[in-house]
Design a binder for this molecule. Structure first.
Ligand SMILES: [Zn+2]
Length: 411
C-alpha cells in the first residue's frame, strides 16, 4: 500500500506527545455539556487484551532456534500471566508488506505457548499472533528463518495424498488479499483434481473448481473472491476440500467435512469469511445519549471515541463518492460499498483522507486517522450507514451501532 503510515503491512500507530495529550485534555474541558458524557477511550476496552510474545522457538526439523523448514513446527511463547489460549491465528509476516503474509490456525493454543506448522507459502520474517477478538501482538523481535525446502513428507507408500493449506485464517470480502488455498498432490503420478468450497454452518458446497490433471508434488493455488452464483456469500466459516483421482483409480481427499464448528476451525483448508471489518483499529468506546444514532437531535450516525491518531480502515471496500471538508463534519469521506446498497460515511478525520474521490478502496484499506476536525467534542469517529440510493442522494440513514458491534466482535 502506498501510504507512508503503513509499515510492515500494518498501520503504524503515531506516538502522542505530551503537548498533544494536554491539547486533548483541554479540548475535553472546554467541551460543551454534551461532550461531558463522552467517555475516555481505555486501553483494550473492546479489542480485548493484546497478546504478548516472549520468544520464538523451532521445535521440529530445525536448523536453529529460530530457523526451520516449510512444515517445521514452531512454538511462540507468551509472557507470564498472559494466556495465549484465545489465539486463533499465527501470522508468518515474511518481508515488509501484507502481500506475502500467511496466517494459519494454531496446532494448539495453550496458556503459555502457541504451536503452529510453518505453512508452505511462508517466507523468512517475523511471526505475530492474533486473538479471537482481533487483538494483535507485536511481531517477534527475531525473525523466523525459513528454508523453502519442505520437511520430507510422510511416506505415502507410492499412493496418492492431498495436502491443503489456506493462506489467511480470516478473510474479508473485497480485501486486497482473497481467500486462497494452496494444495499439493502427493505421490508419483498426476491426478485429476476437483476443489469444493464448503460452508460449515450447513455443510453445503457453494462453489466448485475443476482444474483437471495436476502434476504430483507441485503446489497449486485457487482463489475465491467471496461470491457464488453472482452473490456475495454470508459471514462465517468455510473450507476448501480437495479431491484427487489418479489414472490408477486411486482416490484421495483432504479433510472430511467437519460436522461441528470447533472441529471445523482446526480443519486444514478452513477460514473465516467476513463481509466487513471494524473500521477503528485501536481501543475505542461507543458513545451513548447524544452521541448515539438519533441522540434526541436527529444525529444520523454513531460516535465512537478513540484516541486521535487511531488508524481508520474502510469497513467495506467500494468507491469513494465524496472526500471533502465541512464546517460540522470536518474532514470526511463517503464510500459506496461494493456489491451492496450501502454508503458509509467517516467524519471528523484528523486530516484529509488518505484516499481520493473516485478511488476504489479495498475492505480494510487505511483511509485516515481518528480526529476531531469540524464540530467535534473529543476525538471520535462519526460513522454513518445509508441505504440505497445512498448518502444524501435519496437514501436514508440506519442505526450503525448493531453493525459496528457485530464487526467489532469478529474483526
Ligand atoms: Zn456524530
Amino acid at each position: 500500500m502506498p501510504h507512508s503510515a503503513v509499515v510492515d503491512g500494518r498501520v503504524r500507530r503515531p506516538r502522542l506527545t505530551s503537548a498533544y495529550l494536554l491539547g486533548s485534555v483541554l479540548a475535553m474541558i472546554v467541551a460543551t455539556p454534551a461532550a461531558a458524557s463522552a467517555p475516555a477511550p481505555t486501553g483494550g476496552a473492546v479489542a480485548g487484551p493484546t497478546p504478548k510474545i516472549k520468544a520464538l522457538q523451532c521445535r521440529t526439523a530445525c536448523m536453529g532456534v529460530t530457523a526451520g523448514h516449510i512444515g517445521s513446527r514452531v512454538r511462540v511463547k507468551g509472557v507470564k500471566g498472559k494466556s495465549l489460549k484465545r489465539i486463533d491465528s499465527v501470522v508468518f509476516e515474511g518481508a515488509p508488506g501484507a502481500a506475502d503474509d500467511v496466517s494459519v490456525p494454531p496446532l494448539r493454543a495453550k496458556k503459555k505457548y502457541v504451536d503452529a506448522r510453518v505453512p508452505r507459502t511462508a517466507v523468512t520474517g517475523p511471526v505475530m499472533l492474533v486473538s479471537t477478538d482481533g487483538a494483535e501482538s507485536a511481531p517477534t523481535p527475531v525473525p523466523l528463518t525459513i528454508d523453502p525446502t519442505p520437511v520430507a513428507p510422510k511416506s505415502t507408500a507410492g499412493g496418492l495424498g492431498i495436502d491443503v493449506e489456506v493462506q489467511g485464517n480470516r478473510v474479508f470480502y473485497g480485501a486486497e488479499r482473497m481467500a486462497q488455498v494452496s494444495y499439493l498432490v502427493r505421490g508419483t503420478q498426476p491426478a485429476n483434481v476437483a476443489v469444493e468450497l464448503i460452508r460449515v454452518s450447513d455443510g453445503v458446497a457453494i462453489t466448485r473448481w475443476e482444474p483437471g490433471d495436476v502434476p504430483p508434488e507441485t503446489p497449486q493455488t485457487i482463489k475465491w473472491d467471496g461470491t457464488a452464483g453472482g452473490k456475495v456469500q454470508r459471514d462465517g466459516r468455510y473450507f476448501f476440500r480437495v479431491f484427487a483421482t489418479a489414472a490408477s483409480g486411486a482416490t484421495a481427499s483432504s479433510a472430511q467435512a467437519p460436522p461441528t464448528l470447533p472441529r471445523a476451525k482446526a480443519a486444514p483448508g478452513s477460514f473465516l469469511f467476513q463481509r466487513h471489518i471494524f473500521p477503528i483499529r485501536g481501543a475505542h468506546t461507543y458513545g451513548t445519549g447524544a452521541a448515539a444514532f438519533g441522540g434526541g437531535r436527529g444525529h444520523q450516525g454513531q460516535d465512537t471515541f478513540a484516541r486521535c491518531g487511531t488508524p481508520l480502515v474502510a469497513a467495506r471496500g467500494g468507491v469513494v463518492k465524496f472526500k471533502q471538508y465541512h464546517s460540522r463534519a470536518g474532514h470526511y469521506i463517503v464510500i459506496d460499498g461494493d456489491r451492496e446498497g450501502y454508503d458509509y460515511a467517516y467524519m471528523h478525520l484528523r486530516d484529509a483522507s488518505l484516499v481520493d474521490e473516485g478511488d476504489h478502496v479495498y475492505t480494510g484499506q487505511p483511509v485516515g486517522f481518528v480526529g476531531a476536525t469540524g464540530r467535534a467534542t473529543g476525538c471520535h469517529l462519526h460513522f454513518e450507514v445509508w441505504k440505497a440510493p445512498g448518502w444524501y442522494s435519496g437514501g436514508s440513514p440506519v442505526n450503525p451501532l448493531p453493525l459496528l458491534q457485530g464487526w467489532d466482535k469478529t474483526s
